[in-house]
Design a protein around this ligand. Structure first.
Ligand SMILES: [Zn+2]
Length: 107
């Protein structure tokens, strides 16, 4: 049965989607900035502060949200979940399209 490897892949991907339930939309961005305090290490223009942000479309409009430092690891993971979700959906759709085209030939 040539379909079986595809069906195994599809089932495995579908079952994995539950682990991605906390996914967040958008892209994760790191911006470097100076804080403006003259005695800060960033005043040399090289050792700048990192500000992490998520850029996302909200109702079709681009929005940027600052991420507090302590939430950065979690939010980074959640944005990565969305990438994995999209990749899984693309693979599943590819498998289903192949199966559809094959079925159509056999009608
Ligand atoms: Zn500074």
């Amino acid at each position: 049965m040539p379909d079986e490897p595809d069906l195994g892949t599809r089932g495995r991907l579908i079952r994995s989607l539950g682990t991605l339930r906390d996914m967040l939309p958008g892209s994760f961005v790191e911006r470097k900035r100076a804080c403006g305090r003259p005695n800060c290490h960033c005043a040399d223009g090289k050792n700048l502060h990192s500000q992490f942000q998520v850029s996302v479309l909200v109702e079709g409009k681009p929005k940027t949200f600052n991420i507090p430092a302590k939430l950065v690891p979690r939010v980074r993971q959640q944005v990565e979940m969305r990438r994995r979700f999209d990749a899984a959906a693309a693979t599943i759709c590819g498998i289903n399209l192949r199966r559809f085209l094959k079925d159509k030939e056999n009608q």
